[in-house]
Design a protein around this ligand. Structure first.
Ligand code: UT7
Length: 324
């Protein structure tokens, strides 16, 4: 028996923040952002709109798509680095809002790889007898963005994606998942303050420590290499070549990263799902958001071999391969 994604859903906040809007906030330009990243606009949560609000809407769609009732869920896993608050878990809040009365609930912290890590938890539990597991990637990145830092504020966006995972006995479904991390590179992308190392204080806010910091250029190079390795690991685990991959659904950080990965793999951009143009980098939400779009618009079809690949803070990197 293996696990399979039975239904997907996604949600992005209504408010659109364009590159032109950012030009009025920091010293940047539409042409710089488009040339260096491919991003044209991103979504930003409304004041008071939190991670669980986005996650619930994506989850409701995924449940409807899977034809599964919330009350049938055994487990809810929320991948996020921007949960509603440190305690309780955002998954617990979503469990209550959905009415998933018998589901266990927990959050996973694996940054942009969170959804693939979450799927691995779902896959393992389904293989050992759980019936339905809901995996959500949801982020309000705007809550940890330093809107005065042009190095980062142009990159990120808010959104959520969800998948209901359940058992299957045919040859469709999740073939394998591959997870990695290297904590030596933990300072490449981080939010230094707000945890137990530098607890909340007036000083740390003045020093901009509750906000995301990134050494973009170094991250870029490592991202290309780890994504390439992750895709090769997923395909070779099943004796597949790159030509057997119908769709790569990657973490959406920068279109130049995706082009470089495609070139190294000899995988044309036409077989890579790209939606960062409209959403920016939504961290743990990026893969499920892109997956839901590609499934709903008919790009990904039954029988397709789909590879997911991600990298992010930690450093973490991960991949997964499915027959849709
Ligand atoms: O999901 C999390 C993983 N994160 C990522 O995957 C991000 C990976 N990195 C990247 O996508 C790219 O490195 C960036 C888009 C972040 C930056 O692009 P880059 O080509 O690596 O630029 P750079 O950092 O080398 O900066 C080049 C120049 C610098 O100016 P100087 O020092 O050459 O004068 C920056 O200050 O561009 C400047 N710059 C900007 N200029 C206009 C940086 N941000 C901006 C901006 N607008 N928003």
């Amino acid at each position: 028996m293996r696990s399979r994604i039975l239904g997907t859903g996604s949600y992005a906040p209504k408010q659109v923040l364009t590159n032109a809007d950012l030009e009025t906030m920091v010293e940047t330009s539409d042409s710089w952002i488009v040339e260096r990243t491919g991003i044209r606009e991103r979504r930003v949560a409304a004041p008071g709109e939190a991670c669980s609000d986005l996650g619930v809407l994506a989850a409701q769609q995924a449940l409807a798509d899977a034809n599964v009732q919330a009350s049938q869920l055994d487990l809810i896993v929320v991948a996020t680095c921007t949960g509603d608050s440190p305690l309780p878990s955002t998954a617990s809040l979503i469990q209550h809002r959905l009415g998933a009365v018998k589901a266990a609930a927990c959050d996973i912290s694996a940054a942009c790889c969170g959804f693939v890590y979450g799927l691995s938890v779902a896959d393992a539990y389904v293989r050992t007898g759980y019936r339905y597991v809901l995996v959500i990637g949801a982020e309000v990145m705007s809550s940890i963005i330093d809107w005065t830092d042009r190095n980062t504020c142009v990159l990120f966006g808010d959104g959520a994606g969800a998948a209901v995972v359940g058992p299957t006995e045919d040859d469709h479904g999740i073939l394998s998942l591959h997870l990695h991390s290297d904590g030596r590179l933990s300072d490449l992308i981080c939010v230094p303050g707000g945890g137990s190392r530098i607890p909340p204080s007036e000083r740390m806010v003045i020093d901009r420590l509750p906000f995301i910091k990134m050494r973009g250029n170094e991250t870029f190079k490592i991202a290309v290499k780890t994504m390439e390795d992750a895709v090769r690991e997923a395909t070779s685990a099943h004796g597949f070549g790159i030509d057997d991959v119908d769709w790569l659904v990657p973490h959406q950080a920068n279109v130049r990263i995706l082009k470089a990965v495609g070139q190294r793999l000899r995988l044309p951009l036409e077989r890579i799902a790209v939606n960062l143009t409209r959403y920016g980098n939504t961290s743990a939400a990026s893969i499920p958001l892109a997956l839901d779009e590609a499934v709903k618009n008919g790009t990904i079809q039954t029988g397709h071999v789909v590879v997911m690949a991600a990298f992010g803070s930690g450093l973490t990197w991960a991949s997964g391969i499915m027959r849709w």
